[in-house]
Design a protein around this ligand. Structure first.
Ligand SMILES: Cc1cc2nc3c(=O)[nH]c(=O)nc-3n(C[C@H](O)[C@H](O)[C@H](O)COP(=O)(O)OP(=O)(O)OC[C@H]3O[C@@H](n4cnc5c(N)ncnc54)[C@H](O)[C@@H]3O)c2cc1C
Length: 334
């Protein structure tokens, strides 16, 4: 492979972070190539376009006063990147060889090719973990009242004043439940065990709320639903099973929020010299997108266990493209 084949910037991932990086990099003349990924289940659905492909209503992304569907928004991101010349490849990056001296770096694709790049932006996201029920995914993708993000979806009109359930027992579940107490008539927290894993402070914040009810030793085994007056399927309850006695019962709810953690898409980056925290999130050691390996940058949920929002991911994508542009210029590669 000659040096002429080395790409200036390769972006891995096509969610809000990846496409924002692509828009900035393309407008800066860096001719970015975006590996959008292939659809897979690992552990939840991973799709080109990212986690927003799983939601029908995005109401908190600035610039859309009437809201927008996740897939529509991601198609607009892509069109904007392509308008400035970003190239799209419908493959995964399966393995990376990062040069600790700064590159070129070599990426191996699911199509069996090796691609070299002076700068690599990792924006592979963090997949929400789901229960794995067919009814759950059907209602989540169809706007039927199942979600994996209470901060994103809890304020939607369909959930206001309604009984809602959160599944989980860690800090994330407590945060989600606490957020939902502002809107719900009752928030049921369904947990498999008889004690929570969440920190005592988080537990107290939630358990002190009048409209929270704990459902201990229980797991959700199915979502119940019926069609509303417009013919669209909405959740009406969950079937739960007592994890000690095996007894099953139904609980009427109008929304179900799965809060059993996220899995950052970093497995393919192990043994590359990058740093990860205990949960597998990419560590960015300074207040920039730089990973510590020159020419390798991180952006979006893959490096952010705290906020995990489309707008913060997009902001990090912008930072990564600007950092890459600056570094490539400083190294005389532009
Ligand atoms: C149900 C649900 C509803 C949500 N609603 C909202 C909302 O209303 N508002 C909001 O702000 N946020 C919402 N979020 C959160 C939001 O979706 C994320 O914060 C955002 O998508 C993160 O963007 P990202 O670009 O970092 O990663 P992602 O959007 O997760 O994109 C990751 C991308 O990387 C690709 N990829 C992964 N591995 C590879 C690989 N090895 N090679 C190539 N490509 C790869 C994937 O295909 C995907 O394109 C919601 C999340 C969920 C789950």
């Amino acid at each position: 492979m000659s040096d002429a084949d080395v790409k200036k910037v390769v972006i891995i991932g096509s969610g809000p972070a990846g496409w924002t990086a692509a828009i900035y990099a393309a407008r800066a003349g860096l001719e970015p190539v975006v590996y959008v990924g292939v659809p897979k289940q690992d552990p939840g659905p991973i799709l080109p376009g990212g986690q927003l492909m799983l939601t029908t209503d995005v109401e908190n992304y600035p610039g859309f006063p009437e809201g927008v569907s996740g897939p529509e928004m991601m198609s607009m991101f892509q069109r904007q990147g392509e308008r400035f010349g970003a190239k799209v490849v419908g493959e995964d990056i399966e393995r990376c060889e990062f040069d600790p001296e700064g590159g070129p770096h070599t990426l191996h694709t699911s199509g069996g090719k090796a691609v070299r790049a002076h700068a690599v932006i990792i924006s592979t996201g963090a997949t929400a973990n789901w229960l794995g029920l067919e009814s759950e995914m059907r209602l989540a993708t169809g706007g039927g009242g199942v979600s994996a993000c209470a901060v994103c979806d809890g304020a939607l009109p369909m959930f206001r004043g309604q009984p809602l359930a959160v599944v989980g027992g860690g800090d994330t579940a407590m945060e989600e439940a606490h957020h939902l107490t502002k809107f719900a008539s009752t928030v049921y927290v369904i947990h498999r065990r008889d004690e929570l894993r969440a920190s005592k402070t988080m537990q107290q914040r939630v358990l002190s709320k009048d409209n929270v009810e704990m459902v201990w030793n229980s797991s959700v085994i199915d979502c119940l639903s019926e069609k509303d007056q417009h013919g669209s399927e909405k959740i009406t309850g969950v079937r739960i099973k007592d994890t000690k006695t095996g007894v099953e019962r139904e609980l009427a709810v109008k929304g179900l929020f799965i809060a059993i953690g996220h899995t950052p898409a970093t497995r393919f980056l192990r043994d590359t010299g990058l740093s990860f925290d205990d949960a597998g999130y990419l560590v960015l050691p300074d207040r920039s997108s730089r990973t510590g390996i020159p020419g390798v940058y991180g952006a979006g949920d893959v490096a952010d266990a705290t906020y995990r929002q489309a707008v913060t991911a997009a902001g990090m994508g912008c930072q990564a493209a600007l950092d890459a542009e600056y570094d490539l210029g400083a190294r005389g590669l532009l």
